[in-house]
Design a protein around this ligand. Structure first.
Ligand SMILES: N[C@@H](CCC(=O)N[C@@H](CS)C(=O)NCC(=O)O)C(=O)O
Length: 201
C-alpha cells in the first residue's frame, strides 16, 4: 500500500499516523502536489494529497474517507473513534471544528504563497482568517470541557497534526497563548512514537 503526499500536509500526516495506529503496513511516497506535479499526476491525475494506492490498484482519496475506511476494518483494540454513540457524536463534532480550522489554514497559506500579492482579494483573506479563528475558538472550548481519553484516538491524531501545522505556518495569525488547552494537548502527543514516526519536518 502506498500513501502519496508529503507530511507537511496535515491531511497526509493525519492519514499516515492513523494508518500506523491501525497497524496497517504502508509506504509513503513523498510527492509534492506542486513540485512533483508530473510524477504525482502519473499516479493520480487529480493530484490530491493524500491519495492511498491499495495493493489491488484501488485509489482512495480524501483523508476522512481513507480513515473511515480503515476505522471500519479496525477491531475494538485498534479503533480510533469511541464505540459509544454519545461520545462518538461529541468527537465527530470536535473533529468538524478541527478540520474546518485545517481547511481555513490551508486556504490562508495558499492565498499568501500561491497568489501574487497584486491579485490578492483582502475581503476573502479576512473571511478565511475570521473562520480560522472561529473554528479554533470552538475547538479550544470543546477541548477544555472534554473528558480526557487515556489512549491516542482520532481527536488526538487530527488535533495534534492540525495544531502543529497551524503553528508551523500561521503562528502570527493563530496565537498559541490564546489556545492553552489545544497547545497543551498537542505538546502531550507530539513526542509519542506514532507522531515521531511521521513528523511534520
Ligand atoms: N479534504 C481533503 C483535503 C486534501 C487537500 O486539500 N490536500 C492538499 C494538500 S494539503 C492538496 O491536495 N492540494 C492540492 C490541490 O488541492 O490542488 C482531505 O481531507 O484529504
Amino acid at each position: 500500500m502506498k500513501l502519496i503526499g508529503t507530511l507537511d500536509s496535515p491531511y497526509v500526516r493525519r492519514t499516515a499516523i492513523s494508518l500506523h495506529l491501525y497497524g496497517a503496513a504502508f509506504e509513503n511516497l513523498p510527492l509534492s502536489v506542486f513540485k512533483d506535479l508530473e510524477a504525482f499526476s502519473a499516479l493520480s491525475p487529480v493530484v490530491k494529497a493524500p491519495t492511498l494506492l491499495l495493493d489491488d490498484g484501488t485509489r482512495l482519496m480524501d483523508s476522512t474517507l481513507i480513515i473511515d475506511y480503515f476505522e471500519s476494518l479496525a477491531d475494538v483494540g485498534h479503533a480510533l473513534m469511541p464505540q459509544e454513540v454519545t461520545r462518538r457524536a461529541a468527537d465527530v463534532q470536535l473533529l468538524g471544528f478541527i478540520l474546518a480550522a485545517s481547511e481555513k489554514a490551508v486556504q490562508h497559506v495558499y492565498e499568501h504563497r500561491l497568489r501574487p500579492e497584486e491579485k490578492r482579494h483582502q475581503p476573502w483573506v479576512e473571511r478565511v482568517t475570521h473562520q480560522l479563528l472561529a473554528a479554533c475558538r470552538e475547538w479550544e472550548s470543546l477541548l477544555a470541557k472534554r473528558v480526557p481519553h487515556d489512549r491516542v484516538d482520532q481527536v488526538a491524531v487530527t488535533g495534534t497534526v492540525v495544531w502543529s501545522f497551524i503553528q508551523h505556518r500561521l503562528a502570527q495569525v493563530v496565537i498559541a497563548a490564546d489556545f492553552p488547552h489545544i497547545q497543551a494537548f498537542a505538546d502531550r502527543h507530539e513526542p509519542l512514537p506514532a507522531f515521531r514516526a511521521w513528523p511534520l519536518n
